[in-house]
Design a protein around this ligand. Structure first.
Ligand code: GLA
Length: 367
C-alpha cells in the first residue's frame, strides 16, 4: 500500500513539474505586458480541465469575445441579458485575470431597435444619446470595479482617416465618441477606457486615431489606451506596424494589441480587413491547406509573430497588453470568416491546443 502511495505521489509531482516547466506566455512576458485571450461563452460554460489549465498557464487577462456586445446584452430595449457576461466575469475573477469588457459603442452586432422608433424611423439625437447612456451605465455599472478596462468605441475610423458613416455618427454627430467615453467614465471612474480598431497599421487610420486621441485629451475626456486589433495576414508590413505603435505610444496612452491573429489564407480582396459584415462565397482556391500547414508558410507566420513581439518589446514602456483572439486554430473565428468552412491556422496553438512554431519563435525572445 505504502509503495503504491509513493508511486502515486511521485507521478503527481512529476506531472506538476512537467506542466510547470512548459514555457508559459504570461511568465515569459511578466513585467513587460499582460497576455490575454478572448473567450467565447461556450468555452467558459463548457470548460474542460485541459483548456482551463492551459488558459491559466498562459494568460493573465481575458476579454469577452461576444457576450458583452450590445445585441447580446440588450436585445430589446430595457431587457438586459447578463447570463453569459456574468459567467465570463466570474471566471475571470476566480482565476485572477485582468478582465476586459468589449465593446460599448460599435456599428456592428448592435440591436436594430437602438437606432429606430416603433415605426422604424431613425430616433432623434437626444433619444439615441439617452439610449447610449442607459446602455453604458447599466453594463459598465454592473461590473464596476470588476471589469478593469473597456473597449468603449470600436471601429469608428476608416482607412482613409474619415469617420465611418455609422448610425451613431449620422444620428448623434461627431461628439458621439466623446459622449461614450464620458458615460463610461461616469459609470466606473476607475475603469480604463480604450479606443479600439482594426487595420491600425494603415497610415490614414493611424493619423486619424492620433488626432482623435489628442482631441479627447484636450477636452479633458478620459481615455487610457489605444487598442490595435491586429487581425493580420502574411502581407503585413512590420515597418508600418512599428510606425503605428510608435505614433500611438507618443500620445502618452497605453498601447495594446487587442485581437491578435495572423491568418495564413488568401484573402479575396486586396487588404486584410476585419469588417465582420463583409462575407464571401466559399471557393476552394481560398482554402489551400486542408491537409496541414506547409513548413514554409508556418515559417512566414513565425517570422511575423516574432517581428511583432520584437517591436512590442522595443516599446514595452507603452505596451500594456497583448490579447489573442481565440485559444487555438480549432476554435478561431477565422475558419468561418470571411467565408465559411475554411482551415486556417492564425494562432500560436494548433487544433489540438499544442504549441506551434510561431509560439516557439515568440517564447525564444524571452529565453
Ligand atoms: C472585430 C470585433 C470583434 C470580433 C471580430 C471578429 O474585430 O471587434 O469583436 O467580432 O471582429 O471575430
Amino acid at each position: 500500500m505504502k509503495v503504491i502511495c509513493h508511486i502515486v505521489l511521485f507521478s503527481l509531482l512529476f506531472a506538476a513539474a512537467a506542466q510547470g516547466s512548459k514555457p508559459s506566455l504570461k511568465k515569459a512576458f511578466k513585467n513587460k505586458f499582460l497576455i490575454g485571450v478572448a473567450l467565447g461563452d461556450r468555452t467558459v460554460r463548457d470548460i474542460n480541465d485541459e483548456i482551463h489549465k492551459s488558459i491559466n498557464h498562459h494568460y493573465n487577462s481575458i476579454v469577452a469575445e461576444n457576450c458583452m456586445k450590445s445585441e447580446k446584452i440588450q436585445p430589446k430595449e430595457g431587457k438586459f441579458d447578463f447570463d453569459a457576461a456574468d459567467r465570463f466575469v466570474e471566471y475571470g475573477e476566480t482565476n485572477d485575470m485582468f478582465i476586459i469588457g468589449h465593446t460599448l459603442v460599435w456599428h456592428s452586432q448592435a440591436p436594430d431597435w437602438i437606432f429606430t422608433d416603433k415605426k422604424g424611423n431613425d430616433v432623434s439625437r437626444e433619444v439615441l444619446i439617452e439610449r447610449m447612456r442607459i446602455h453604458i451605465h447599466t453594463l459598465v455599472g454592473r461590473y464596476k470595479g470588476r471589469v478593469r478596462g473597456w473597449d468603449v468605441v470600436n471601429e469608428a475610423i476608416l482607412g482613409s482617416g474619415e469617420l465611418r458613416k455609422t448610425k451613431w455618427l449620422e444620428i448623434i454627430g461627431e461628439d458621439y465618441m466623446e459622449l461614450a467615453f464620458q458615460f463610461a467614465h461616469e459609470a466606473d471612474p476607475d475603469a480604463e477606457l480604450y479606443y479600439n480598431d482594426y487595420g491600425m497599421d494603415n497610415p490614414g487610420r493611424r493619423d486619424a486615431v492620433v488626432k482623435l486621441v489628442k482631441k479627447l485629451q484636450k477636452r479633458g475626456i478620459q481615455i487610457d489606451g489605444i487598442g490595435m486589433q491586429a487581425h493580420y495576414g502574411l502581407g503585413l508590413s512590420l515597418e508600418e506596424f512599428e510606425k503605428s505603435v510608435s505614433a500611438f505610444a507618443a500620445t502618452g496612452l497605453q498601447v495594446m494589441i487587442t485581437e491578435f491573429d495572423i491568418t495564413v489564407l488568401p484573402f479575396p480582396s486586396q487588404r486584410i480587413i476585419a469588417d465582420v459584415n463583409k462575407k464571401y462565397k466559399y471557393l476552394e482556391k481560398y482554402n489551400p491547406y486542408t491537409d496541414g500547414l506547409p513548413n514554409e508558410v508556418a515559417s512566414q507566420q513565425s517570422f511575423l509573430y516574432e517581428g511583432i513581439f520584437k517591436i512590442l518589446l522595443k516599446y514595452e514602456k507603452s505596451v500594456a497588453r497583448v490579447t489573442f483572439w481565440g485559444l487555438n486554430d480549432a476554435n478561431t473565428w477565422k475558419n468561418n470568416w470571411p467565408m465559411k468552412g475554411r482551415t486556417d491556422y492564425p494562432l500560436l496553438f494548433d487544433r489540438n491546443n499544442k504549441t506551434k512554431p510561431a509560439f516557439d519563435a515568440v517564447i525564444k525572445l524571452r529565453q
